[in-house]
Design a binder for this molecule. Structure first.
Ligand SMILES: [Zn+2]
Length: 280
């Protein structure tokens, strides 16, 4: 009896300690998505890591500390060198710290609208709409998603695994980020439509859980439904505060970030519709 009580006490204290440590540390982990394709997690951000016969292709450095950790821990999956760094877009919460991989020998690829240098890293190769890279037995299909969330956002599809790496435009069963700041939301919806035209099976997002292609359509339907309800409310004379309280999007209450971002999503959508004069 006493022994089992002690065991329970030890277990409880271990769990408590793990909880505290987890809150203080940034969660970093490399996990397999499929075949030779992995995701690297840095707290709430993910990048994509693909091991080819020639070397490692990384999409998004996230930041300098994250990139250094990843570089130091790639030996857990391969002993190959880093050959390419692809930027999903130039927003610095995903695109900082690329120098770590450039110093290791990576060639840098980004969409044509990306700035001259991304956090001090010069882009070696740019493309307008699409670009296909054949690297060490893998195919990387890069597609510009148009303007919406940013102006240089691309999707990266890796074959033969048929994994799409999608940053910020959509995540499986997860609400869009906060109040969708600094974005052309109609353009953003079109970006998700563009994703739906791509050929892939596994949806590996830069935020949230891995899903399937159908999750892209669901993410677009969420945004369209939110748009419709907020617009109807504004046109009927409701204030933004009233809509923040009344547009509940109940059918999405099981999605990630519903509790934290539902109201912010409503406010962001209302702001966009007012700013673009569509509420009249
Ligand atoms: Zn972004």
């Amino acid at each position: 009896m006493l022994k089992s009580l002690i065991r329970v006490a030890v277990l409880v204290s271990v769990c408590l300690f793990a909880g505290v440590a987890g809150a203080q540390d940034i969660k970093r982990e490399i996990t397999k998505v499929a075949g030779d394709v992995y995701r690297f997690q840095n707290k709430f951000h993910f990048s994509l890591v693909t091991v080819t016969n020639d070397g490692i292709v990384i999409v998004d450095p996230i930041n300098a500390d994250a990139a250094s950790w990843l570089k130091d821990n790639l030996s857990t999956i391969t002993d190959k060198p880093i050959t390419h760094l692809i930027y999903s877009h130039s927003h610095l919460d995903h695109a900082s710290g690329g120098k770590v991989f450039v110093d290791a020998g990576a060639k840098v690829i980004a969409q044509a609208n990306a700035p001259d240098a991304i956090d001090g890293v010069a882009v070696d190769e740019r493309f307008d709409n699409t670009k296909t890279l054949e690297i060490g037995g893998k195919t990387f299909e890069l597609t510009w998603l148009g303007k919406g969330h940013g102006e240089d956002l691309i999707a990266v599809v890796v074959r033969p695994e048929n994994v799409a790496f999608i940053t910020d435009a959509a995540s499986p069963k997860r609400l869009p980020f906060r109040d969708m700041p600094r974005s052309d939301i109609d353009g953003w919806i079109n970006q998700v439509k563009k994703i739906e035209t791509l050929d892939f099976e596994i949806f590996a997002p830069a935020h949230g859980n891995v899903g399937v292609k159908a999750d892209a359509a669901d993410a677009r339907i969420y945004m369209e439904t939110l748009r419709e309800r907020v617009l109807a409310g504004l046109k009927s004379g409701s204030t933004v505060d009233e809509l923040a309280a009344s547009v509940k999007m109940e059918e999405y209450k099981d999605w990630l970030s519903y509790d934290n971002w539902r109201e912010l999503n409503v406010r962001g959508m209302a702001r966009f519709l007012k700013e673009t004069g569509q509420d009249k």
